[in-house]
Write a protein that binds this ligand. Sequence first.
Ligand code: GDP
Ligand code: MG
Length: 172
Amino acid sequence: MTDRYDVLYKVVLVGDLGVGKTSILQRYKFGVFEENYKATIGVDFTVQTLTIDNKTVKIWDTSGQERFKAMIPKFYRDAHAALIVFDVTNTESFEGVGKWLQDVNYFSGLRTTSLLLGNKCDLINERKVKLCDAQSFALRNDMLDVIETSAKENSNIDEAFLQLSKELLKRE
Ligand code: GDP
Ligand code: MG
């Protein structure tokens, strides 16, 4: 018999380079934030194991580098969910969301649920993407929701992972 503690999910974390994917994961898992940019060189993706709400969730984080392209099918295969991240101060990163969503839907399978995260919401004076625009994108594209986060100030990080895990459990 499998109890709830054994449930294992695969979640992919995607979005343009520099939007804060690794920072969000580091903040959630270790409670830390690194100001200086340190891109991981030579690694296509890393996997972090989290326990959310008594469930084991493996989060696959991309490095966002070009050579990653060859790994795409393996990266997405059998993912239960995706966290698609953009940077609220970077319009291009928001425009890139559609492409990431397309990859998720194409490579992961039909039942993948996607949650949209608008990160860096602490940079209030540099904001370019309106919450209502992100919301209407999420609605139009059957995404679960949009949550504005700050890995830097620890806003809505726990909430985002909790909402994701609740949705995963619902789908069993
Ligand atoms: P990734 O390429 O998507 O993994 O992005 P990183 O996590 O490496 O972050 C890119 C840069 O953005 C780093 O300099 C981070 O310190 C910074 N950053 C990440 N999240 C936030 C945030 O919530 N607020 C602010 N102000 N900066 C952030
Ligand atoms: Mg990263």
